[in-house]
Design a protein around this ligand. Sequence first.
Ligand SMILES: *Cc1c(COP(=O)(O)O)cnc(C)c1O
Length: 233
Amino acid sequence: MSERPTPGLAAHLAAVRTRIVQAARAAGRDPADIGLIGVSKGVDAGMVRQAVALGLKDAGESYLQEALPKMAELADLPLTWHFIGPLQSNKTRAVAEHFAWVHGVDRLKLAERLSAQRPTGLAPLQVCLQVNVSGEASKGGVEEGQLAPLAQAVARLPRLQLRGLMAIPAPASGLAAQRMPFARLRALLEDLNAAGFALDTLSMGMSADLEAAILEGATWVRVGTALFGARKK
Ligand SMILES: *Cc1c(COP(=O)(O)O)cnc(C)c1O
């Protein structure tokens, strides 16, 4: 592990924080209501440790095989871990045992496994349902028409706490185009809450579009490249 400060990391983190604060102000929102998840896939543990020393409190990982050794190496840190990657049935146990949040739940079977496998000594697993707001077959996420029944079923699972919705829209350029899928996700959350849910979380926005997401109500932004630099993979 390198103990030498990585050039630029502090500046990158400060720049991302400034972007969040400015977007929150533009939206008339309290910046404290927007959490930053540093997406550390492809980033070594030493760099994550430096980011935590600079104040990062949440980290997101997409690949379990990469995440588990990194999390073990950083177990001494006050860091909350978010699983943000595609979830497969054979990975649910490790996710249920090691993470605080899961952002990509899009099938009841996965949620049932996560609930059954969540250790009783831990707080309930915090869950966002991933919604396919761009209509892209490849991106994962529940179809809008299936969202309400899925939310109802997931909300009944004892070891999960359903918190809200997550999306990974297709890349778009320009603020107006970027805002559209985020506005849709927000509307879906409002529909669920009007139907009796009390969801408080919108996980949306990445390096390229966090301003658009914050303008539409994001409560978590998931930022990799803008913090840690371009990934090799
Ligand atoms: C990689 C990833 C991110 C971060 O993307 P950047 O463009 O590097 O900020 C956010 N969310 C998910 C689900 C990811 O897989």
